[in-house]
Design a protein around this ligand. Sequence first.
Ligand code: PL4
Length: 443
Amino acid sequence: MKLSCAFSILSIVASASAFTPTSTSNTRGKTALSMSGVTRNPNFAKLQGGYLFPEIGRRRNAYLEENPDMADRIISLGIGDTTQPIPEHILNGLVSSAKKLGTKEGYSGYGAEQGMGDLRAKIADKLYGGIIKDSEVFISDGAKCDIMRVQQVFGPGVTTAVQDPSYPVYVDTSVMMGQTGEINPETSQFDNIVYMPCNAENDFFPDIDNIPRSDIIYFCSPNNPTGAAATKEQLEKLVKVCKERGSILVFDAAYAPFIRSEGVPKSIFEIDGAREVAMECNSFSKYAGFTGVRLGWTVVPDELTFSDGTKVRDDFNRVMSTAFNGASNIVQGGGIACLDDEGLAEIDVLINYYLENAKLLKEAMESIGYSVYGGSDAPYVFVKLPDGKKSWDVFSEMLEKAQVVTIPGAGFGPGGEGYLRLSAFAPRETVIEACERLKKAMA
Ligand code: PL4
């Protein structure tokens, strides 16, 4: 009752067109609520509900509030968060760079906003085999944050295309920047965003020739959520179309280390001509269990320009210099250790562990007759649900029947409806248990 009263006061005040400083008083006569005279950024009102991943957490917690005895049974195959400890050599890199800060000789304060020279050089050498330059690598606190910074470079005036389904950050940040119109309630699509359907029927690669032009194209491979890794031919096609149309490709390669299939590119820069059309966001999150440590990078080649000839690199550098103060020096020490031979070997072991989990999940779902995608060059298994089944309904069903948290495909865009995403980042024993429970609950 008290709550609905507060809401009605809020809505009356919020609807007043002119600003009148407003407050309400509680029973002791103290001010309980006041509002500023600042108009809300209207782009935020366009966003539908909360951001996907906290919403998954909210529903899980709501279930546990009603079923507290189930707390120990919950298994998360939901958010793609790493669970295995950071391996020894990489951990030592973090520890020793932290220890350096305690010495006169080793202490360092603010670093270069673009990152440590050694780390930039090592990324260019070890991960790109020299096909990009050190100066084109910008070190950051992660790929997600870089995607927003990329949006700041492009500003509100661009048109954008995304794979549908896709990692929700591309669409949500486009909306926040004011690049879109309202959402269409019938299609669940925002006006002024081009949705490129990616589903089992088109092998999870868009029919790019028949998709309208957009200024910017976000493309993620290996893909979240579908698990599809684009072939060289597919990426060649994408680069060619971007070149013909004068579009900029923002390539998200956050899952590149999961690629095991021969000939599948780990970077867009393996494709001829990509330097003129593409930039690439990447991350140590999934390489080395750095989801909490926070370290990523973005590559912006010198050849990538705007229509007036300005280098995109220069504007990205301006955003990094002005709005970012460099990644933590401790963490960058960990990144350097990741790229030592010992670190790279440790990363391989970690990735193989998660890929084995993905294989188990895939086999379990296939054994009960589902069509399953992804999971071999990616940590995500994308399960096709029977016709007519809604993915949020199946998410709730799996939580209630099996206490397994998944992610509904529809959370990644309307094109994800009818699919369920399973993450392979859980510990092995819980993956095995989840397979058994899902086999019973979904059969
Ligand atoms: C939950 C395609 C996960 N709170 O860790 P970062 O910032 O370097 O990389 C984030 C990222 C970038 N690009 C892609 C991704 O899939 C992710 C991480 N996605 C998921 O379950 O889909 C974690 C999501 C996290 C978030 O909002 O990113």
